[in-house]
Design a protein around this ligand. Structure first.
Ligand SMILES: NC(=O)c1ccc[n+]([C@@H]2O[C@H](COP(=O)([O-])OP(=O)(O)OC[C@H]3O[C@@H](n4cnc5c(N)ncnc54)[C@H](OP(=O)(O)O)[C@@H]3O)[C@@H](O)[C@H]2O)c1
Length: 289
């Protein structure tokens, strides 16, 4: 029996998850003798018997991400931690903390398994996040800040702490000052579309060119909604906390239904996450535009 298979909990499973992500990044085959899992092209990975209930639940939650091997690696997942009334922060922008500690661990796991983590300008401005994997073992992802008008100051932590590479995504009109600040290699300048928004399929293509294929959109609501509206989101984890914020910053905003018959009902699964509930939405064919 493989050494990892003798142990049965999350502490044994997590290094295996990291190893699968690394195989994906390196373009190695999904399976060889070092991977104590089953694999078929049709069904992806499966855990053999012997893992405890916590490990099985974590594996089930992460499986859609872990299965992104080979050509399937071009894939985008997002998360939003939200209240019962659909807010991701108070109206002033306070989001610490909507969710419990288990949600924070999950966030850091998604960072560690993806190639890049993406945040919008307001999140970078209000939270001044590090976007590193401090709560779990695993590599820091490349950090991507979507700041079309260069609202985020040059001394924000992601630009100066050196913990991981950071890419600044701006409108083409701001290319020159952005490159002066961070160097041309760290800037992706895009021409806005007719609606004034930056085209996210073009961003995904630019990131793919840099070898960043499996992407994690961490927030906030405007940015996640943009990915959904531009049909650039494959999966969404909504972590719902038993709290009511009241007229706060909104979470997912997609096309409006006039009648319930037009409302979207994507395939979903639910997972307990401490006192919160994680809703896993499969958006691949959800028609969110
Ligand atoms: N609970 C959670 O899970 C969670 C996660 C992250 C953040 N937050 C909280 O959420 C709040 C911020 O979220 P938010 O929804 O207000 O804003 P956000 O998504 O962080 O940032 C939105 C801004 O990013 C830029 N942007 C995003 N997509 C764009 C596109 N396709 N084209 C052009 N620009 C684009 C725009 O900047 P411009 O305005 O400059 O055009 C846009 O206004 C903060 O309070 C933060 O603490 C909560």
């Amino acid at each position: 029996m493989h050494a990892a298979a003798r142990r049965s909990g999350i502490d044994a499973l997590w290094p295996l998850c990291l190893a699968l992500a690394q195989r994906r990044r390196e373009g190695r085959p999904a399976l060889d003798d070092s991977v104590p899992l089953h694999w078929t092209a049709a069904a992806g990975y499966a855990l053999p018997p012997g893992w405890d209930a916590d490990a099985q639940a974590l594996f089930a939650l992460l499986k859609p991400l872990l299965d992104r091997q080979g050509a399937a690696a071009d894939w985008t997942i997002a998360q939003l931690g939200q209240s019962l009334d659909g807010c991701i922060a108070t109206h002033c922008g306070d989001a610490f903390y909507v969710n419990g500690p288990e949600g924070l661990t999950h966030l850091h796991r998604l960072r560690a398994l993806c190639d890049a983590v993406i945040v919008g300008a307001s999140t970078a401005l209000l939270d001044n996040p590090q976007l590193t994997t401090r709560h779990v073992a695993g590599p820091n992802p490349v950090r991507v800040v979507l700041d079309p008008r260069l609202r985020v100051p040059a001394d924000a932590r992601v630009f100066r702490d050196g913990a991981a590479p950071t890419l600044l995504v701006c409108a083409s009109a701001c290319r020159v000052p952005a490159e002066a600040r961070l160097g041309a290699a760290n800037v992706v300048a895009l021409a806005p579309g007719a609606d004034g928004q930056l085209p996210l399929p073009a961003l995904r293509a630019a990131l793919t060119e840099r070898g960043l294929r499996t992407l994690f959109v961490e927030g906030g609501g405007v940015t996640v909604s943009q990915f959904a509206q531009q049909a650039c989101l494959d999966r969404l984890h909504l972590i719902v906390a038993p709290v009511v914020i009241g007229a706060g910053r909104p979470g997912l905003q997609v096309r409006r239904a006039d009648a319930m018959a037009q409302a979207l009902r994507p395939p979903t699964r639910t997972f307990a996450m401490g006192g919160d509930v994680l809703w896993d939405l499969d958006l691949a064919d959800a028609g969110l535009r």
